[in-house]
Design a protein around this ligand. Structure first.
Ligand SMILES: [Zn+2]
Length: 321
């Protein structure tokens, strides 16, 4: 009997388990595979972690490394504020050892969803983050949930993920700590690069004008101001009043460019660009990663890609690198 055979059997069972999302059947397959292969020394299979959206899943996978399997409930490109979980999502969460979510009101569907899941741990990744309030609209004064858009706050997320994984899986605590430290170093490096690159924006026009008010944390970090059509993805997106107000702001602040987000309709912001006579700079990535072939397949790439898009919007192609 070789440990390699045993590992392969467990790995196949995990993959099967992940595909069908049902622990009981996965266990049956594991037993069958184990019977077909020589008996193995018992070691625990990797823990299974489910995150509510792709950004959190990517962060968690970086901390987990190969010691735990991480998947996202929502797909790349999905709308995440008002996502409607499917029965299969409940099954996937129920089969997980740990569910990670953002909190601060981001996932308006989460608490109802999670009430249908029994005896699974969860961790809220904004624990300990000092929130910026939402400035207007029906969610006024509630926390703006897009805290991961600040790389320095992302370090808090990473630490919360590390703590949750270590509590779940103490034998691998040192692995998670090492992975978290390495990933935190990468985040700090990207943060430093973004500070340097975005310093090039003109002092009197450092306004990031977008569709959703999702950049409060990012603009605070990089000494910019924020303008948007609607404060947070909800019912009212791109009303005539919101369009008029942003056109006024864009004219007043003499911003040369406006942006949108990849997960929402860009028609109203294009109208702003047309009527204010400024460029439409394209979609930034906030609430969702892209697939592996897109421009924002990981959280770190999301940050770098957004900086590229912002700089290109302000200066044209010569300013990006
Ligand atoms: Zn959002």
């Amino acid at each position: 009997m070789t440990p390699v055979h045993a590992r392969r059997a467990r790995r196949l069972a995990q993959v099967f388990n992940a595909l069908i999302g049902r622990r009981a059947l996965g266990a049956a397959v594991a037993a069958t595979l184990a019977a077909a292969l020589p008996a193995a020394a018992q070691t625990a299979p990797p823990k299974r972690v489910v995150a509510t959206f792709t950004v959190l899943a990517d962060m968690a996978q970086n901390v987990a490394g190969t010691a735990a399997l991480v998947e996202s409930l929502t797909k790349p490109g999905a709308e995440i504020h008002d996502y409607e979980p499917t029965p299969l999502d409940v099954v996937r969460a129920q089969a997980a050892d740990l569910v990670l979510w953002n909190g601060m009101g981001l996932e308006r569907w989460f608490e109802r969803f999670f009430s249908r899941v029994n005896n699974v741990r969860s961790a809220v990744l904004t624990e300990g983050v000092a929130p910026i309030g939402i400035g207007e609209g029906p969610y006024r004064n509630q926390p703006n949930p897009h805290a991961w858009m600040s790389p320095s706050i992302a370090l808090v997320y990473v630490e919360n993920i590390r703590k949750a994984l270590a509590a779940l899986d103490p034998p691998n605590a040192a692995v998670y700590a090492a992975n978290a430290a390495a990933y935190a170093a990468q985040i700090r490096a990207v943060d430093a690069r973004l500070k340097e690159r975005l310093a090039a924006l003109p002092a009197d026009r450092r306004v990031l004008a977008t569709c959703e008010g999702a950049f409060s944390y990012l603009t605070r970090d990089y000494a910019m101001r924020e303008a948007y059509l609607w404060p947070i993805n909800a019912e009212d997106e791109g009303t005539p009043r919101q369009v008029r107000a942003l056109i006024d702001t864009v004219r007043r602040s003499r911003v040369p460019v406006v942006f949108c987000e990849s997960t929402v309709n860009d028609r109203p912001i294009r109208q702003v660009a047309r009527e204010a006579g400024v460029r439409y700079g394209g979609a930034l990535y906030v609430d969702s990663l892209t697939g592996p072939d897109g421009p924002a397949p990981t959280y770190l790439k999301l940050l770098e890609t957004n900086a590229d898009i912002i700089l290109r919007g302000f200066f044209g192609n010569q300013a990006t690198r």
